[in-house]
Design a protein around this ligand. Structure first.
Ligand SMILES: C[S@@+](CC[C@H](N)C(=O)[O-])C[C@H]1O[C@@H](n2cnc3c(N)ncnc32)[C@H](O)[C@@H]1O
Length: 202
């Protein structure tokens, strides 16, 4: 990610955390329910007890709480650009492995995790014609043993004038790209009005 974009995203999340603290609003989720709906759909890919998971842009690591709360004990690693949000996540979850940075800051070996997931992290406008998204998804698939699940805002359902600093994607274009990396990729768009999820299975 280019340094200016990184600074901008870090500053946006610092300000948001200073305003809201530990709330879904800090992560730009309108409600806790909407955050959890996304988690439910991501984890429907088939996460099970004993699996390992990398959560890219983990925020407060609420996904770990969601999974553990359902009685599924996993080996969770979260990474996030925002030091303030991550520190709060670590304080709330002292036993989790949370690392500050961007996906490309870490030298994880190929297939280091059963699953790699991402919720909301690619909703920011990065002004690089989708290059970062494509690189990130390729890298995420490289790091998984079983599969990748991620969500994005649905460009078919959102008026671009309302997006501001956010970005929405065309689901079928994104699916086509994912299938070029992972032939067993599939799309879900049956859970919220303005969001879609893609599963990429190894
Ligand atoms: C919409 S929030 C969602 C957080 C979490 N996934 C959840 O649903 O609770 C997106 C998070 O991604 C982080 N983020 C954005 N771009 C990132 C990147 N390139 N690498 C790591 N984290 C990033 C932000 O700091 C923010 O915490």
């Amino acid at each position: 990610m280019n340094p200016d974009t990184r600074k901008r995203l870090t500053a946006i999340h610092r300000a948001s955390f200073a305003t809201h603290g530990y709330k879904p609003d800090t992560l730009f989720w309108s409600t806790r329910g909407i955050q959890k709906t996304r988690f439910r759909v991501l984890t429907d890919i088939g996460i099970a007890c004993g699996d390992s998971l990398l959560d890219v842009g983990c925020g407060f690591a609420d996904l770990a709480g969601f999974i553990h709360g359902a009685g599924t004990v996993i080996d969770y690693t979260g990474i996030d650009l925002s030091p303030e949000i991550l520190a709060q996540g670590q304080q709330l979850n002292p036993n989790l492995n949370l690392l500050c940075g961007d996906l490309f800051d870490f030298n994880f070996a190929d297939q280091s995790f059963d699953w790699v997931m991402l919720s909301g992290t690619l909703n920011w406008q990065l002004h690089d014609k989708g290059g970062y998204e494509r690189r990130a998804l390729t890298q995420m698939f490289r790091l998984c043993r079983k599969g990748v699940a991620f969500n994005m805002l649905d460009a078919r359902k959102i008026d671009p004038k309302l997006l501001g600093d956010l970005i929405a994607h065309e689901p079928l274009q994104m699916l086509h790209f994912c299938q070029s990396i992972a032939p067993d990729s599939s799309l879900r768009d049956d859970y919220l009005d303005n969001d879609f999820t893609i599963y990429m299975r190894s």
